[in-house]
Design a protein around this ligand. Structure first.
Ligand SMILES: *Cc1c(COP(=O)(O)O)cnc(C)c1O
Length: 399
């Protein structure tokens, strides 16, 4: 099929909920992807922080293939080997005690919200249900998680929202203090805001939130759906900040491209979920769990946390050298291989220009170019991207 035919079919038969780039991607290998005309691109978005090991990593492909030949689905009425192995490894790597398996980020956050409410009702009192979240956050598109997402454009048209959420400014401890009331049960935050524009909080913010939650008897829930699985240079971003949440969620980067979401909690909180409290038909199936295990084991074996830290540091240095050249670059920021370049103008056009040059990047919060490459990305590939950015700025006569 020709590109135009494929685009026409999408326009006719699929809900028009996405504004797509005019390319049909058919293959991927490592950091490279190819379109249906055989054109090569370097992928600096990684399927929005999903393709942690790059495309079609042989370890993931063979783990999935082996599992497909053994058992694909049996339901959570039975024990399976990949599920317990993955749970044990994620608990060991995070220091939390128990996992619940879901199929996406939004579902993992739904589980976290339900667990926080159930725990609070039982252990803190019948009036404890309110969850504080931050402006600019993104927690998903289901009714509970879109309510948790403190962005008007995500709410619009879907009211009435779920009761029991309160919004504060991100990176502002005083705002959380004044939002706490007799109904508060938890604070839910991203360690680094992703969709909000790659916003890194001040060094002590999460420490202060942790301390405040301890003082007031509130749960701290971290949404690590974008920051988790090595993205920021540690397995989980809270380890970079030296704190421990009561509950956290992971999704995007853990399944090697397959749909897998997890909610983890400390034993104290996890015990509030009992048989029948929550569930998922597909959650934690053998195939996705085999993929998840292969991803984590490969990160360890190939020292990809080190690469995320070192190549990330090199990348931001390169972005900063662009900032010196162009007045319209406001800031280069981020952690590990979760980076943003804030511009003084809307950045969408630049993403199209970069695509023409063979680079996949995206733009978030209007004027922030976002980079979430696979953790296997090399300095050479970073150089190629930064050169292409530089040339695009010149071509468009951007100052
Ligand atoms: C992407 C994302 C979600 C939602 O994940 P889905 O798998 O799309 O439901 C939630 N929180 C954060 C921080 C995300 O980046």
């Amino acid at each position: 099929m020709k590109t135009e035919e494929i685009i026409a079919l999408e326009k006719k038969y699929i809900f028009q909920t996405y504004s797509r780039y005019p390319v049909v991607i058919t293959k991927g290998k490592g950091v490279k992807v190819f379109d249906n005309n055989g054109r090569k691109y370097l992928d600096f978005l990684g399927g929005i922080a999903v393709d942690t090991l790059g495309h079609c990593h042989p370890k993931v492909t063979s783990a999935v293939r082996n599992q497909l030949n053994k058992l694909v689905h049996i339901s959570n009425l039975y024990y399976t080997i990949p599920q317990v192995k993955l749970a044990k490894l994620v608990c060991r790597l995070s220091g939390l005690d128990r996992c619940f398996f879901a199929n996406s980020g939004a579902e993992a956050n739904e589980a976290a919200i339900k667990l926080a409410r159930k725990y609070a009702k039982e252990k803190l009192g019948p009036d404890k249900y309110e969850i504080i979240t931050a402006r600019g956050s993104f927690h998903g598109r289901t009714m509970a998680t879109l309510t948790a997402t403190a962005q008007e454009k995500i709410h619009k048209g879907f009211e009435p929202l779920l009761p029991g959420f309160k919004y504060v400014n991100y990176n502002d401890i005083e705002d959380i203090k004044s939002a706490i009331n007799a109904n508060t049960c938890a604070v839910l935050l991203e360690p680094v805001q992703g969709e909000g524009g790659v916003i890194v909080p001040s060094k002590d913010y999460l420490h202060q939130v942790r301390r405040l939650c301890d003082e007031k008897g509130l749960l701290l829930i971290l949404d690590e759906i974008q920051t988790g699985v090595g993205r920021t240079g540690s397995f989980f971003a809270f380890q970079e900040f030296n704190i421990k949440p009561d509950i956290f969620t992971v999704a995007k980067g853990i399944g090697g491209g397959l749909p897998l979401g997890l909610m983890l909690a400390s034993e104290k909180v996890a015990s509030s979920f009992t048989p029948g409290s929550h569930g998922s038909t597909f959650g934690g199936g053998p195939v996705v769990c085999s993929a998840g295990l292969a991803v984590l084991e490969t990160i360890i074996k190939c020292k990809l946390l080190k690469n995320a830290k070192e190549t990330g540091a090199y990348f931001i240095e390169k972005l900063n050298s662009l900032k010196v050249k162009y007045k319209s670059i406001k800031e280069a920021r981020g952690m590990g291989l979760m980076l943003g370049l804030e511009l003084t103008f809307p950045a969408k056009e630049l993403t199209f220009k970069l695509l023409e040059r063979g680079f996949i990047i995206n733009c978030t919060n209007e004027n922030v170019l976002r980079f979430l490459p696979p953790l296997i990305v090399t300095r050479k590939q970073v150089n190629e991207l930064v050169t292409a950015l530089d040339e695009t700025f010149k071509e468009l006569k951007i100052q």
